[in-house]
Each structure stands twice: as C-alpha cells, then as structure tokens.
Design a protein around this ligand. Structure first.
Ligand SMILES: Cc1cc2nc3c(=O)[nH]c(=O)nc-3n(C[C@H](O)[C@H](O)[C@H](O)COP(=O)(O)OP(=O)(O)OC[C@H]3O[C@@H](n4cnc5c(N)ncnc54)[C@H](O)[C@@H]3O)c2cc1C
Length: 481
C-alpha cells in the first residue's frame, strides 16, 4: 500500500532518496528496497505522469541496436524484455513487429533477414527462461504480409516479422514497482517536489530540500545517496550547484493514439523520411509513433506534422485527423538535434564526473531498460555505503501489483485513493483506472469517478468543477492542430 507519510520521509535518515516517480525512480526504489536499503522517494506531480505516461508501450528487444552496431545495448534490451515478461506477465506481453521491406539496402528483405538472424544469435541469453518463449523472427513473402495488414494491397518486397513485447499500461507498471518498493519498506510520496540538493561544507550531497506541493511546507530529506531520476527535468537539480550536465538537448516526442485498429495483431513498421514509424495495436486501437521535434514546438503542431508523416508511412490505412483520439507528448534527451534521440540511457556518477559524492543522475532514454539502469544505480549506492554486496533479484521477482485495476468502478476509485495515493480526478482517470489512457472518457464515467472522489475527500461542487475543468484542459492540449 502507498501511504503519503511526509513526517516519516523527513524524520528518517534514508540510505537513498530518489527524486522522481516515473519508471526509473520507481524501479530504483524497488531495487534498493529489495536489497534491504532504506528508501525515500518524492514525485513532484503524480507517479508515472511524466515521459513514462507517453510511451509507445513497446518493450524493445535488440534489433534497433544492431543497426547501430551497439551489441551491448542489444543484449541489455533483450535481457530487459525477458525480465519484464517475467516480473509483470499481467501487463507485459509478446508483441509481433512486422517491418515492410523496401529496396535492396538495409531495409531490403535479405538484409532484414540477416539482421533478424544476427539479433537472435546475439540475444540468445535474453530469450531463455521466459515462461512463454518468443517465437523466432523470420522474413515474410508478400502474401503473408498482406494477410497481416488489412487494407494493404501490395507488398512486393515482402517483410520481416520478429517478436518484442508490449506493456499494456505503462502507468500501472510504474505503480507495480512502487507497490513492491513500499511493501519492502520504501516511503514514497507524490506532490512533493525536490527543490535543491542538501550539501555539506565539502560539497558532499546529503539529501534534498523539498516542498509539499499541497501545503507549501518545506521538508528536508536526509540520505547517504540521492538518485536524481527526474526524467526530462534531470538538469534542474544539477544547475544551481554548478554540476556538469551531460551535453544533450531535449526533444519533444509525440505519438498519435488512433480510435481504430489499423493492424490486426502485430505492429507494423514502415519507413518515411529516413525513419521507421510503427503502428502498434493496443486495446482495439492503434498507437502510431514516434515523431520528434524541437522542445519549443507545441505538441498540437508537432502532432500535425507527424500525422502527415504517418499518412505517408501507412498510406493504405487512410489515417485522418479525426481518427486521433489523443496525442502522447513527452520530452526525451537528444544528441545535438531533436531528430537524434538518445538510444541508450546513461547513469552519471557525480562523484567520478564532478567530484561530488552522494549523487547519481539517470539520463533516461528508454522505458524498456529502466530496471537495468536501476540495478546499476543501486550497485553504486551499495558500493558507496560500503555494504556487503546483496545480489539483485528484481529481474526475476514478480511484481504482485503489476496488474490492471479491473472490477466495479466505485471499488477501483476507492482502491486508488486509499491504497495508491490518488489525489485528483486526473490521477484516477489517467493513471490508476486506465479510463482515460486511450482518449477522453465519457462524461458519465468522469462524473461517476468524480462523485466517488467527492465522497472520499469531501469535495464541494466548486472543487468537482475545477477537477473536471483540469481534466478537460489536459485533453484539449493533446490534440492535433
Ligand atoms: C512519445 C514517447 C514515446 C516513447 N516510446 C517508448 C517506447 O515505446 N519504448 C521505450 O522503451 N521507451 C519509450 N519512450 C521513452 C520512455 O518513455 C522514457 O525514457 C521513460 O519513460 C523515462 O522515464 P523516467 O522515469 O526517467 O522519466 P519520467 O517518466 O518523466 O519521470 C520523471 C518524474 O520525475 C518527476 N520530477 C521531475 N522533477 C522533479 C523534482 N524536482 N522533484 C520531484 N519529482 C520530480 C516528474 O514529475 C516525473 O514524474 C518514449 C517516450 C516518449 C516521450
């Protein structure tokens, strides 16, 4: 159960304080707690409400890394795909990926076949031990491609099919990690923003100063090590003490959630403008991703440009603006230019890089590998604490609460409030019950949730109106211009 105990957060001297409750922060909290460390975690907004909410939901194996000849990245992704299939089988499932072949170069059928064989060979250890082993990848003739893709009239060069995985609900997976962490003793709180690092006279980091967003109260969280897992905002904590930030820029990334399926069971990849776009089947709908642009471009404008790309990549699908139920909008780190997103996450040890002990920063590139980065981070924490090494068990220990909240709506809302720290209508609709993750839910459903929340929190009509207006504003900002 997640309990917002700010008194304990401030009172306890933690081994680790984690800043940020996205997939990385949640995975670090569980990794550290599972190894017997005392953990505090603060999230400025709501758990899983940042970049993690906006993921295309694909858990990548290694094929993309092979294209860059990044063999370590390939193996890491394949291992993490296996880990997530093992620890969260209720949320993470195998997903077929079909790329249409084109030309004779790297995206020709022959080259794709060779790439699949090489990926499988190199990631063999990432395929072992999965309860349902993933089928082998293979090339497909035109007729087989046409059978998979409704509406496609010709695929003269065939295609390639391989198996990755998909997380049905990225926000529920974040909560799954947090539940496991809290059950192992971590103290986690949303609506608490870390405002600055606490450092001693020698510059050693000793915790963070934080602000309770609900009351404005100041808190001090003491820790032997701070793990900065603030996602796209990672540099904000580093700027004031003048720590070096990795030389990266932020790119805006968008996906389009379509109201209708444009593929049957497998995701379809097609190339346009030098990039592969994927149309991913999800809950009877489709998510098309991912488009990148400058951080300063507003999401509706970037989504409009990306819609044009998607129409070029999947001309047979007839995608129209009206098909778009929701735009995913998040920031990701990029190398110099927005169309060069970072492909592997980085863990920065500020002791080694800046001579500032007690601080680690995660520069996150992928949802897929969050658990692996968390394991590396906690290895460093344990080293700093000079604790006897405790082996990690998070790649194989199931997360009991990594599941959808099914059942009657009223019970789900109560569970979200009483056991999962939901504090607003948005928390429940967008990040606990999955009512609004595929587009705006019906007024009737929103009203039903609001009335249970009003009862739980004693909200008056003005408060209910404000909560509903905030939810409507969220969807208004996530449309195609
Ligand atoms: C459109 C899009 C599609 C993507 N698709 C995929 C995909 O298919 N597969 C994949 O593997 N990856 C994908 N990614 C990348 C992936 O989503 C991110 O790498 C990952 O979610 C980052 O997780 P995080 O925990 O580091 O960041 P976040 O989820 O952003 O979490 C950071 C949290 O820190 C909080 N925070 C910030 N500052 C503070 C502070 N001072 N105090 C307290 N809390 C703070 C924020 O509120 C936030 O909740 C995609 C990303 C985008 C945007």
């Amino acid at each position: 159960m997640l309990r917002r105990d700010l008194d304990l957060l401030g009172r306890r001297a933690h081994d680790v304080v984690v800043v940020g409750g996205g997939i990385h922060g949640a995975a670090v909290a569980w990794e550290a707690a599972a190894r017997g460390l005392s953990v505090g975690l603060v999230e400025a907004g709501d758990f899983g409400g940042g970049a993690s909410w906006n993921s295309l939901k694909t858990i990548h194996g290694g094929l993309r890394h092979l294209q860059r000849l990044d063999i370590a990245g390939l193996r890491e992704s394949a291992r993490e795909r296996r880990a997530l299939l093992t620890i969260a089988p209720g949320l993470v499932r195998p997903l077929g990926m079909l790329a249409l072949a084109s030309g004779r170069g790297r995206t020709g059928r022959r080259a794709l076949g060779i790439a699949l064989a090489a990926t499988e060979l190199l990631s063999r250890d990432g395929a072992r031990g999965v309860a349902t082993p993933l089928p082998r990848g293979r090339t497909l003739a035109e007729a087989e491609v046409l059978a998979e893709v409704p509406g496609l009239l010709a695929a003269p060069e065939g295609g390639a099919l391989w198996w990755d995985a998909q997380v049905e609900s990225s926000e529920r997976l974040v909560l799954g990690f947090l539940h496991a962490a809290a059950d192992a003793g971590a103290v986690v709180a949303n609506r608490v923003e870390a405002t600055e690092l606490l450092r001693d006279h020698e510059g050693v980091v000793q915790g963070v100063v934080a602000r309770d967003v609900l009351t404005g109260a100041r808190l001090e969280l003491r820790a032997a090590v701070v793990v900065n897992a603030a996602g796209p905002a990672f540099a904000r904590l580093l700027g004031p003490p003048g720590l070096r930030t990795p030389k990266l820029c932020a790119a805006r990334a968008v996906n389009l959630v379509l109201r209708r399926p444009i593929t049957r069971e497998v995701a379809i990849g097609a190339r346009t403008g030098g990039r592969f776009l994927f149309a991913v089947p999800w809950r009877g709908r489709t998510i098309v991703g991912t488009g990148y642009g400058p951080e300063t471009t507003a999401a509706p404008e970037l989504a409009a440009a990306f819609l044009a790309d998607a129409r070029r990549a999947f001309p047979w699908a007839g995608i129209e603006k009206d098909d778009v139920a929701l735009v995913h909008d998040g920031l990701v780190p990029a190398r110099g230019a927005p169309d060069r997103p970072l492909t592997r996450s980085r863990l920065v040890d500020h002791d080694a890089e800046d001579n500032v002990p007690g601080l680690l920063t995660i520069v996150a590139a992928k949802f897929t590998t969050a658990r692996a980065i968390a394991e590396q981070a906690v290895d460093l924490v344990a080293e700093r604490l000079e604790r006897p090494p405790v082996p990690s068990r998070t790649a194989t220990t199931p997360l009991p609460e990594a599941r959808l909240l099914d059942g009657p709506l009223r019970e789900g809302v109560r569970f979200a409030v009483q056991k999962e720290m939901a504090l607003s209508l948005e928390d429940v609709v967008l990040r606990r019950l999955d009512l609004g993750t595929a587009g705006e839910p019906s007024g009737e459903d929103v009203g039903a949730v609001a009335s249970v929340l009003a009862h739980e929190f004693g909200w008056d009509l003005a408060r209910i109106g404000a909560e509903q207006a905030a939810l409507a504003a969220f969807y208004a900002a996530r449309r195609v211009a």
